[in-house]
Ligand binder design. Structure first.
Ligand SMILES: Nc1ncnc2c1ncn2[C@@H]1O[C@H](COP(=O)(O)OP(=O)(O)OP(=O)(O)O)[C@@H](O)[C@H]1O
Ligand SMILES: [Mg+2]
Length: 226
């Protein structure tokens, strides 16, 4: 299992009020599978992905990522694991507007200390692979939404992650581009053996996954074949 959650709780405290965003999540994700995560707004999907990706910590429970129990690790070690193991893709692309496409894709490798010649070779190879090489010198807003999301995918792949966490990556795209993004995720999974966790509200896209985890009220209530 690349991801295992055992009775994971996340309790947010805002002033004197506390709110349980996750209420005892149990979930295992197999290496190389594409798991769709679905559920109503507020059911805890983003909270779950943030915890799996070490952007946030659980209040209670055990989380293991690529065989490492991460709940007790210091932040510096978590950041290292995040950089080396996880690639993120977001609904709003989260590209840096004043940097070129090339620099945006290169950033995770700079953070990981990859030497510059190797970084540049990797950026070019990824942009070729994703059909973006002609845009290398542009800035994000000079690209279409679908192209921007492909740049974000190239960035997510830069450090050869084992796990891609995609939180509604198609939420800002039309149906053609949405399908293209999920198709590409599927191809990446098949060609590289990368595990994908994909949050989506689009039931058409769920079919591309191997399994579906349904969330409600902070719990994973069932996991079925897609
Ligand atoms: N930082 C926070 N502080 C307080 N409450 C939070 C925080 N982040 C999330 N929550 C609450 O936790 C619950 C779960 O939020 P989460 O963002 O995980 O839902 P979601 O399933 O991703 O919803 P959506 O489909 O709308 O993106 C929500 O009720 C939300 O208001
Ligand atoms: Mg969300």
């Amino acid at each position: 299992m690349i991801v295992e959650l055992d009775d994971v709780w996340k309790i947010y405290r805002v002033g004197r009020i506390s709110y349980s965003a996750l209420r005892g999540v149990n979930l295992s994700v197999e290496e190389g599978e594409m798991l769709a995560v679905v559920g109503p707004s507020g059911s805890g999907k983003t909270t779950l992905l943030n915890i799996v990706g070490t952007l946030d910590r659980p209040t209670e429970g055990r989380v293991s990522l690529a065989g490492h129990e991460i709940s007790g690790l210091p932040s510096s070690r978590l950041a290292e694991m995040r950089n080396g193991i996880v690639g993120f893709i977001f609904q709003t692309f989260n590209l840096i507007g004043h940097l070129s496409i090339e620099k945006n894709v290169e950033l995770p490798a700079i953070a990981a200390g990859v030497p510059s010649s190797e970084r540049h070779a990797r950026v070019r190879a990824l942009l070729e692979e994703l059909g973006l090489i002609s845009h290398i010198g542009k800035r994000p807003l000079e690209l279409s939404g679908g192209e921007q999301q492909r740049v974000a995918m190239a960035r997510a792949l830069m450090n050869n992650p084992k796990l891609i966490l995609a939180d509604e990556p198609t939420g800002n795209l039309d149906s053609t581009n949405a399908l293209a993004v999920v198709d590409l995720l599927r191809r990446i999974k098949e060609e590289r053996g990368v595990t994908v966790m994909l949050v989506t509200h689009n039931m058409e896209l769920v079919k591309y996954a191997d399994r579906v985890a349904r969330m409600r009220d902070g719990r994973v209530i069932e996991v079925t074949a897609a």
